[in-house]
Design a protein around this ligand. Structure first.
Ligand SMILES: [Zn+2]
Length: 289
């Protein structure tokens, strides 16, 4: 799906160390890459629900981009937070992973939504949720007027490494967590004729719910269960448009993709959505068929 050529991206994941250490202890560093690992003790002295976390540092020319991987104490669901300014969703996923295990892959760079490639103070941008196919990657670079062979190579390499960390596989659930501003992206945008109308084959809208809070999945059984629970939800088209999203990537690998979107600040709401989704995916909900 993504071209696999070598190029100038300086950061290389050369070693994946999973070590428990005191917070902030720096473990290793190698040409353009550093990995730190720590145990997050927010949940009290027992550590029974603690998170460990590891940070991978990438260099996009002069720009540092971090990928934090948080892990709970048990295996479980994989959450992904690609937009750095959508912090409510990252917090909600951390709460879930602390409680139930699993992992969160979080992109951090301090630039807001888009990731930057920086050269001599010039900032080229791309949307990190449009880079998982060659077509999407070219389109997002073009959208920001940054399309060049060099940027394609850098972004492709970054996307491949990020995809490797997400590690989508057939039958495995990958949960993409996002936040939006009121009315900007809503469940209504997945209705026929709307902006993402071609991406969905079925849409359920609960008029009593905030349209900013919704699910989007490629799994018919997850969609039906969410509908039974009266959540706003859209079911992905069998052959959705190639936008280069994480959804395209997971769908193409045969994985189960679920996007969970809420308005910024709806932390309790997003936690509840993740809890209900977790119950569905673990078969512990009467709504799943
Ligand atoms: Zn987002």
């Amino acid at each position: 799906m993504l071209p696999r050529k070598r190029h100038s991206l300086q950061s290389q994941v050369v070693r994946y160390a999973r070590t428990r250490a005191l917070p902030g202890i720096f473990l290793c560093c190698s040409l353009g890459l550093s990995i730190t690992s720590a145990l997050d003790e927010k949940d009290g002295p027992s550590g029974s629900s603690s998170l460990s976390h590891m940070t991978h540092t990438f260099l996009l020319e002069e720009e540092k981009v971090w990928v934090n991987i948080y892990e709970g104490r048990r295996p479980g669901l994989t959450f992904v937070n690609l937009h750095d300014n959508e912090n409510t969703s990252a917090e909600a996923a951390k709460v879930y992973v602390r409680r139930h295990g699993g992992r969160l892959v979080e992109l951090v760079h301090g630039r807001g939504r888009e990731v930057v490639i920086r050269r001599h103070g010039i900032l080229d941008r791309f949307d990190p949720n449009r880079i998982f196919t060659e077509n999407g990657l070219r389109q997002t670079l073009e959208y920001f007027h940054n399309l060049s062979n060099e940027n394609i190579a850098i972004t492709t390499d970054f996307a491949q490494k990020l995809a490797g960390m997400v590690n989508s596989e057939e039958g495995k659930a990958i949960i993409s967590v996002h936040n939006n501003t009121p009315g900007k992206l809503t469940i209504k945008d997945f209705q026929p004729g709307e902006w993402y109308g071609d991406d969905a084959r079925e849409v359920f809208i609960n008029p009593a719910e905030d349209p900013d809070d919704f699910f989007f999945t490629n799994s018919p059984s997850v969609f039906r269960a969410l509908r039974t629970l009266r959540y706003n939800a859209a079911l992905m088209a069998v052959d959705p448009p190639d936008r280069g999203t994480l959804g395209n990537y997971v769908h193409n690998t045969g994985g189960i993709y679920i996007l969970v979107e809420t308005e910024h600040g709806h932390l309790d709401r997003q936690i509840r959505m993740l809890e209900d989704l977790g119950s569905l995916l673990s078969g512990n909900s009467p709504a799943i068929d």
